[in-house]
Design a protein around this ligand. Sequence first.
Ligand SMILES: [Zn+2]
Length: 462
Amino acid sequence: MRVAGLTLLLFSLCSAQEPDWPAVKAEAVQTLVDLVRLDTSQPEGNEILAARYLADRLKADGIDSVIVGPSEKRASIVARLKGSGAKRPLLLLGHTDVVTVDPSEWSFDAFGGAIKDGILYGRGAGDDKSVVAAELTVLLQLARLGVKLDRDVIFLGVADEEAGGLSGITWMLENKRDLIDAEYAINEGGGGVFERGFRFTSFEVGTAEKTPRRMDLRAKGTSGHGSVPKKDNPVVTLSRALAKLSAYETPVELNETTRTYFERLAGVAPPSEAAVYRRLLDGDVSEELQEDLRAINPYYYSMIRTSIVPTIVRGGYQKNVIPADAEATVDIRALPGEDPEEFFSRLKAVMDEPLVDLVPHPVTRPAHPPSPLSSPVFQAFEKVLGERHPGVVVLPRMSTGASDSAQLRAAGIPSYGFGPAKGAWDPGGGIHGKDEYLYVEAFEDYVQTLYGVVVEVAASGR
Ligand SMILES: [Zn+2]
């Protein structure tokens, strides 16, 4: 009996075989090309196209899925690989919608999926069909290799991320939470950075996000002739208010993610930069320190504070008429933990303009806590990346932008962001812009990393 038990053990160890990576990567790239060729651009979305494609791919491997959503077109797809139930599920999600395209700006067919010199061009190549394709690949591999799981692994191809998630993740959480409820989630929002020649310099795992809290400022006055100056000219009042807001330095604050980010960065950065990060970590919030930080990377300045950026001004209609009102839109990105009511009343005090009303926009991304670094998911990223790319620093990242992770974290599902690596010379990767692109090699590397992380978090005996 002992021998039989040993044989069984050996068999089960052997059955946990590695994927055939060259074949798996080729299939993943084809999946991505197929997805890019489906026009799921906002505002229509039409994500049903992607949902049907993904359902067919899953069905070919005998995996059931369900397509759900607020309407037939705005559909999301969910599939589940069952685990033993020893641990609560892991959710893998990616959004199937993309931002719109102005074809006249593109040198490639935005929905053609062309690959040239190792680069795939198309809307969604980076954001976010690469994530959807990688997650589908991971799910198919787990199923084909019969990997035993301690927890269910749920795949969610979700609609409507680019417009804030109301028909996507928000709808799912409000109406179909049982289908996607999980202990942890892995989503977009991170990845590697490489120098030319695929030399990785860092990896970032998204663990926090700022929260969009936009507002309009409405200045009122009395209209009149342009030849007669008035004290309450709303164009002047509004300009003064915007100038005061722009000069206002919001308080600097670090959380677990940003503190760890700068600590780890200080360990690998050139000495002059490391000294700036150490001053910040030591509590220096002087104007000089903040300018040093901004000079290294404008992004860092926004990472340590709630930011206030006027983006639209409207007012007046004729050169010789003083208008009765003028308006501005201000993009505010709040730190986790910022109390919006308190913040808006502080802004009113900073502006000190009785003729300006502050009108907050409706909230689509809820306030939410950062995801902890002590979780098995973050630790799995550290372990797998450490093994695959020894010596390359892994940074927890707070995005200044927003994603579906906001709703998940607010719903009590800590969410971690990772995706394909980008070149250090173009960290944006053309996302949302013309000629959005993706290095195929970076995508393939990401697929393999993601598989390792999911096995680490969900497979039995880990
Ligand atoms: Zn995205």
